[in-house]
Write a protein that binds this ligand. Structure first.
Ligand code: HDE
Length: 729
């Protein structure tokens, strides 16, 4: 029997059989004496194959518990102690089980993505809405109701893998469709335009926004000199900056954001005729963002806010859905459009080319293993299927090189497409052979073609009819390093976006510019941005200058005079796709000793029946004693469950319990923040001390509802408005 040499008791968890949530902790164990011999008195910490005391955490193989093995399959007799000479002697190199385990551990990390490092994925299904064969031969759109499995990865762009979720940033929205004719990757963002027009500038853009190289900060933020220096010198970024400073860059949830393919692609029909197409994902849950002050606080309270939200929604059976919509147009429209459809800094307003719904995606399964799936998924813009093709957008052309290259760097082998999350779900046959980590057992004699073999031995052949045929397009011209003149207008659509925003949205954009530029230490960096903004909108530029406390600089001379008469596009405002109800959102209920249990249950039921989530908050996580004496556990201690984690709050404090909670500093922040973040607040009359603690007892407005006179159902309905922007905070 092995002896125990640990200073601290080792808890034998029997990992594979633990349920999703930890059960009650094992009873505390007496500290184990340091030297040999003590183990015999405490069998729990000795030989892992022996039953130990506190056996609820220690099970032996059998009854569905598999024996633990090395990576070579040898069953282990002890996973607690390395092989030593004597009880207190050196560890032996002979311990192959130890080396097997540590060797693998040492190699657990792979390079994180150079951009979009922090992401979260889920599985689902795409269901086609109609037969699209008039536009494309892509098999996933062949008939109404056709289902295609998908994997989606959402991400932030700038932050490292361990950064926080609510950075002001663009969100990646990458979808892998496992079609029956190969994988199609739609690698998009939640913003329909991009910072640059030519892929050659991508490394410069990314270097500028990442931590500054001479100091290693800031993490996951664009609010610093190098980013604003670069974009100020690249006026083509201006349109994107307007979007990035809007609330779309601080989404409340991945579930509540749009997605865009950004580039113009092509649909190609069976006859080889092509149509330009732009892809849009529209969430059925409606659009919703947080306010900046909330984002700052959420990052501290729950850095995993977005991933937790998606995980919880899917595990609760509240499956998020998006319609896939297309804007299709022909060469004639492309030629008549004010801007170049190959320029990724431009949109085509929905009012000009309406969206057509071509299918719906539902995400209904979280990953089993984040590394295997979310980290190892390899999206590549060049993954298209027959019926979908590229255009000459210079950004897209550049991406088609980058994504293949980056996967080899990250995943270390040309065989990354064999990983389960990347493997096509249709037959795959080719003469690519060998390489690191080859998983296939490619049989037969021929590994080349043409060959003289017949039948299965001959291997696969290309198929002119069924295969991918690049759309035929005439190309000619001199080789030149130029930017087309048709890409030169950098301000007109930025102005159109600005004019399409509601007053609240405009306010937030202006304040975001002020915040970010206030973090820039170099005055000329700030000045150049304001000078560029004068070409977008004078009022915006003046407001930003005022917020920065600076004189309004001369406007930059634009290459092309901006057209300030482009009509506003209502579809560009988030309000255009506001949520229809509070469904999918979260109510936080503050409870105290003495809370009326019936009122709590009625409120919870009304919100859950409406499709919302409910969590409770109290002074201590152990729970509260309700008015009738019943003990009720809660979800959060008030310090760890601030109101920024909820879309609306209800205060059900009573009597001495409410007085006690009101004396707690976190209670003041909970109430004051809910109010200043424009949230709906329901309160029981007994919760008055909480309203007073938050300094709002005398400032209640129409979005502060007395729950003794408002039914839970009416409160639920009212919360569907999400915020009371009119509130004077
Ligand atoms: Fe990417 N981008 N990108 N990008 N991108 C990557 O590929 C790149 C661009 C986008 O969840 C990288 O696997 C270049 C636009 C998403 O795994 C890399 C250019 C759009 C994701 C890369 C762009 C995107 C990436 C890094 C300029 C919106 C995350 C790791 C031409 C349409 C996918 C990786 C995931 C990831 C290159 C611009 C979206 C280095 C060269 C525009 C959603 O290949």
């Amino acid at each position: 029997m092995a002896t125990n040499q640990n200073d601290q008791p080792a808890v034998e968890t029997g990992g594979p059989r633990l349920p999703d949530y930890p059960q009650d902790p094992a009873p505390p164990q007496p500290p184990t004496p340091r030297h040999a011999g003590a183990a015999a008195d405490n069998p729990r910490y000795t030989d892992a194959t022996e039953p130990g005391e506190g056996g609820e955490l220690h099970q032996l193989p059998g009854d569905g518990i598999p024996p633990m093995t090395t990576s070579q399959g040898q069953v282990l007799s002890d996973d607690q102690n390395s092989l030593k000479v004597g009880d207190r002697g050196p560890t032996l190199l002979e311990d192959f089980a130890f080396r097997d385990k540590i060797f693998h551990f040492d190699h657990e990390r792979i390079p994180e993505r150079v951009v979009h490092a922090r992401g979260y994925g889920a599985h689902g299904t795409f269901t086609a809405a109609e037969d699209l064969s008039d536009l494309t031969r892509a098999s996933l759109f062949a008939e109404a109701g056709k289902e295609t499995p998908v994997f989606v990865r959402f991400s932030t762009v700038a932050g490292n893998m361990g950064s926080f979720d609510l950075a002001r940033d663009v969100r990646g929205f990458a979808t892998k469709f496992y079609t029956d004719e190969g994988n199609w990757d739609l690698v998009g963002n939640n913003i329909p335009v991009f910072f640059i027009q030519d892929a050659l500038k991508f490394p410069d853009l990314v270097h500028s926004v990442k931590e500054e190289q001479d100091r290693g900060w800031p993490q996951a933020q664009s609010a610093h000199d190098t980013f604003w220096d670069f974009v100020g010198l690249m006026p083509e970024s201006t349109h994107m900056l307007l979007w990035q400073m809007s609330d779309r860059a601080i989404p409340r949830s991945f579930r509540f954001m749009q997605g865009f393919g950004v580039h113009t692609f092509r649909f190609v029909d069976a006859e080889g005729r092509s149509t330009f197409v732009k892809f849009h994902w529209v969430p059925k849950q409606g659009l919703q963002s947080v306010v900046w002050n909330e984002a700052v606080k959420i990052n501290g309270a729950d850095p995993d806010f977005h991933r937790r939200d998606l995980w919880m929604a899917i595990n609760n059976g509240d499956f998020p859905e998006w319609d896939l919509c297309v804007q299709t147009f022909d060469d004639e429209f492309a030629d008549s459009f004010d801007f170049d459809v190959l320029d990724a800094t431009k949109i085509i307003p929905e009012e000009q080319v309406p969206l057509r719904v071509v299918g719906t995606m539902r995400l209904d399964r979280v990953v089993d293993n984040v590394f295997s799936e979310t980290e190892q998924v390899a999206f590549m813009t060049q993954n298209v299927v027959p019926g979908i093709d590229f255009t000459n957008d210079p950004l897209l052309q550049g991406r088609n090189f980058s994504y293949l290259d980056t996967q080899l760097k990250r995943l270390g082998s040309t065989n990354f497409s064999q990983l389960p999350v990347n493997a096509p779900r249709c037959p795959v046959a080719h003469f690519q052979r060998d390489g690191h980590m080859q998983m296939g057992r490619q049989a037969g004699r021929a590994n080349y073609e043409p060959n003289s073999f017949t039948g299965a031995a001959a291997g696969p052949r290309a198929d002119r009819e069924a295969g991918f045929r690049t759309v035929e397009r005439p190309e000619s011209g001199d080789t030149r390093r130029v930017r087309a003149e048709s890409f030169a207008d950098h301000y007109s659509q930025a102005g159109q976006f600005w004019r399409s925003q509601s007053p609240v949205e405009q306010d937030h954009i202006r304040m975001a510019f002020v915040f970010e530029l206030s973090k820039c230490e170099i005055p000329v960096v700030r000045e150049r941005i304001v000078a560029n903004l004068r070409n977008v909108d004078e009022e915006l530029a003046a407001g930003v200058a005022d917020g920065l406390g600076m004189e309004l600089p001369e406007a930059t001379t634009p290459h092309v005079r901006p057209n300030h008469d482009l009509p506003a596009s209502p579809a560009l405002s988030m309000e255009f796709r506001a949520p229809e109800s509070f469904a999918g959102r979260k109510l936080g209920i503050v409870v105290t000793d003495g809370t009326d249990g019936a009122a709590l249950d009625a409120l919870t039921k009304a919100f859950e029946d409406g499709g919302a989530m409910v969590e409770t908050v109290a002074l201590k996580v152990g729970g509260v004693t309700l008015a009738g004496g019943e003990r009720r556990p809660v979800d959060h201690k008030i310090d760890g469950g601030p109101s920024v984690l909820f879309d609306a709050v209800a205060l059900l404090g009573e009597g001495a319990g409410a007085e006690e909670l009101a004396g707690h500093p976190a209670t003041r922040d909970f109430v004051a923040d809910a109010f200043s973040h424009y949230k709906f607040i329901g309160y029981a009359p007994g919760a008055r001390p909480l309203l007073e603690a938050g300094g709002i007892a005398d400032r209640l407005d129409q979005a502060c509802l007395d729950l003794s006179t408002t039914t839970p159902e009416d409160f639920f309905t009212a919360c569907g408005a999400m915020r009371r922007w009119e509130r004077d905070v």
